[in-house]
Design a protein around this ligand. Structure first.
Ligand code: NOJ
Length: 567
């Protein structure tokens, strides 16, 4: 048995408090520490006006689903004014709602209704880059080289005799070069600007104090409206190494498809620079200003694809952000050893800072985990098992819309693709396959598209076409259906609520053989069988609480996880 966290750590508060209704909130008000957060991809959750694209009124109308599911909070992807080249991660106005999604008053209604239902709301913040339609970028283009307007972005002279070569060799995460050359007002080829993502997403210059001041003001704008937290997009990207040196490029012949995960995880001059942490110290102070507000404490979770657990943990030092996504759980293969390794590296890395871990299996940037685990019945069984193993661990779990329905990745036809990373990589040896296919609008009811996603005419397709055969997977079809994935999630979340705050933050990994990932956490024992044969349960396993598949007897079926009470 290996103890991977020290329960006596003075920096680990002992949680107590309410466990019924709304988030399980420790006495210090840090509601996020063990929360289950549900990610709403705004374009694809619920369409209130029938235009085929999800919106804020649609989300508000479907909030009871999230209450009934038993989550504590929702994170909503960007709904701000945007030309939608990267579906909202290209923001043209950080203080308004895009008409496609509604209005500021719809955002206020959503917040009010969510709070009425006991749900916290986290909004997405995109500080690494703006849209090229943002007034700052338009002003920078017009003002020309050397102007204060250009200083807000990463405008640089090119290399080569006439500046005809990009300033360095950085690749865009979405494929192709990370630099685009502009044409100056007099018609001559001019400076280059950096875009770590699409060319419509110019990177901001965080060494310019004006940028930091602007984002503090944006944070306060949404905090004053009542949001409970922020998910910080590309949190590890804001600062680039001084001098913008060339980077070591990934081996083009390495196995595996190109993806955000692969490229954004590189340990390179554009990621995870030390200066970024000063930004999060400042944001910590901004969030703390709201500690005594009527809505209670606020938080931020970093999307940081830093390379090691230690590097990720630096974002949650006590004077920085509250959480950081732990993508290592998501990247683990279906293997007892790999699951155990992620736990073993994650928990001790956070211990010095007193932060709780986060766990996630799917989001809007990666192939849905049922498909990653093999698809079909096998993938679903493994997906449910990995979910149960994740939900038993201390800390916060992030769920992605549709995983509670067991949805798989959809094969989206080339002519229906919308993802900029697809267009930038489709003609290469490694096209990005991860994103349109996990973003298809989710089915709520009915026999055919749009499956009550919105009030559009039966048979009409939303912005990304839904497949045939989703009727049986809809929320309505699965509600109350014995053995359905939706009912499994509801039961798991209800059971978790009863121990989330009391089971402590210490995990003992149990040595149960090479195929079993097994751990004890307070009164809970979780066992997952990643092997291909039924496996004997480890000693010390008491009454069954919940199984992701067939109920275990003295053995646990392959591709199944179960929770037990400690004997
Ligand atoms: C990460 C987001 O999750 C992704 O969807 C987006 O394309 C990039 N950041 C760029 O903002």
């Amino acid at each position: 048995m290996v103890a991977v966290n020290d329960p006596s750590s003075p920096s680990t508060p002992s949680p107590t408090g309410s466990t019924s209704g709304g988030p399980a909130v420790p006495e210090d008000g840090a509601w996020w520490r063990h929360a289950v957060v549900y990610q709403v991809y705004v374009r694809s959750f619920a369409d209130g006006d029938g235009d085929g694209v999800g919106d804020l009124p649609g989300i508000t109308s479907r909030l009871p689903h999230l209450r009934d599911l038993g989550v504590d909070a929702l994170w909503i992807t960007p709904f701000y004014t945007s030309p939608q080249h990267d579906h909202g991660y290209d923001v043209a106005d950080y203080r308004d709602v895009d008409p496609l999604f509604g209005s500021l008053s719809d955002a206020d209604d959503l917040l009010a209704r969510a709070h009425e239902l006991g749900l916290k709301v986290i909004v997405d913040l995109v500080p690494n880059h703006t849209s090229d339609q943002h007034p700052w970028f338009q002003a920078a283009l017009a003002a020309g080289p050397g102007s204060p307007e250009r200083e807000r972005y990463m405008f640089v002279e090119g290399r080569g005799q006439d500046g005809e070569l990009p300033p360095n060799n950085w690749p865009s995460v979405f494929g192709g070069d990370a630099w685009t050359r502009v044409t100056e007002a007099d018609g001559t080829p001019g400076q280059w600007y950096l875009h770590l993502f699409d060319s419509t997403q110019p990177d901001l210059n965080w060494r310019n104090p004006e940028v930091g001041d602007e984002f503090e003001s944006v944070l306060r704008f949404w905090l004053d409206r009542g949001v409970d937290g922020f998910r910080v997009d590309v949190a590890h990207g804001l600062f680039k190494q001084e001098g913008l040196p060339d980077t070591e490029l990934p081996d083009p012949d390495a196995d595996g498809p190109a993806s955000m995960v692969e490229l954004a995880g590189l340990d390179e001059p554009m990621w995870d620079q030390p200066e970024v942490h000063e930004v999060y110290r400042r944001w910590h102070r901004v969030l703390a200003d709201y500690d005594d507000s009527p809505r209670g404490r606020r938080m931020a979770v970093a999307e940081s694809w830093a390379r090691t657990a230690e590097a990720i943990a630096r974002y949650v030092r006590p004077d920085e952000l509250q959480q950081s996504f732990n993508f290592h759980w998501l990247s683990a293969a279906w293997s007892a050893q790999e699951f155990a390794d992620v736990v073993t590296e994650t928990l001790p890395s956070l211990l010095p800072y007193g932060a709780t871990p986060t766990w996630v299996l799917s989001n809007h940037d990666v192939v849905r985990h049922v498909t990653r685990y093999g698809g079909g019945e096998l993938g679903l069984a493994r997906g449910r098992a990995a979910t149960l193993a994740m939900l038993g661990l201390p800390g916060s779990a992030y769920l992605y819309q549709g995983e509670e329905l067991g949805l798989e990745q959809v094969e989206v036809a080339p002519e229906d693709r919308t993802d900029p990373s697809w267009f930038r990589t489709k003609d290469t040896a490694k096209p990005d396959i991860g994103r349109d296919g996990c973003r298809v609008p989710i089915p709520w009811d009915d026999e055919q598209p749009p499956y009550a996603f919105g009030p559009a005419a039966p048979g009409s397709q939303p912005w990304l076409p839904q497949p045939d055969g989703w009727a049986g997977l809809s929320v309505a079809a699965q509600t109350g259906a014995a053995g359905s994935t939706l009912e499994f999630y509801r039961r798991a979340l209800a059971a978790r609520r009863s121990f989330a705050l009391t089971a402590g933050e210490s995990v003992d990994l149990l040595d149960a053989g090479p195929d079993l990932f097994a751990y004890r956490r307070g009164p809970l024992v979780c066992v997952l069988n990643a092997g291909s044969e039924p496996a004997d349960l480890p000693d010390g396993v008491g009454a069954l609480v919940l199984s992701s598949g067939p109920e275990p007897t003295s053995t646990l079926a392959p591709d199944t996880a179960a929770w037990f009470l400690d004997a």
